[in-house]
Write a protein that binds this ligand. Structure first.
Ligand SMILES: [Zn+2]
Length: 84
């Protein structure tokens, strides 16, 4: 599995008994900020979203804007648009 990503299974998930996952596990992405001396974690409904955030977060660490990123509310999954 990709480094920095982790699946969050529910307590009753079949994967905990060695079977196929039957919960809607979210994905947790985390990056370690050496400057802050702590991990920054976020949970997302999909692996793609978690990966995207992590890539962004890693880029942010490199550029030194990580605090902003940690505070910024992440965009929610798109909803069907009823206005257009
Ligand atoms: Zn599961």
């Amino acid at each position: 599995m990709a480094n920095g990503l982790r699946r969050r299974h529910s307590v009753g998930c079949a994967s905990r008994k060695g079977r196929r996952c039957d919960c809607r596990a979210g994905w947790e992405a985390f990056v370690f900020s050496a400057r802050d001396g702590r991990k920054i974690r976020r949970t997302f409904p999909t692996m793609a979203a978690a990966k995207a955030w992590r890539a962004d977060a890693v880029g942010g660490l490199v550029e030194g804007r990580c605090e902003l990123l940690a505070r910024r509310p992440f965009a929610r999954p798109p909803r069907p648009s009823w206005r257009e």
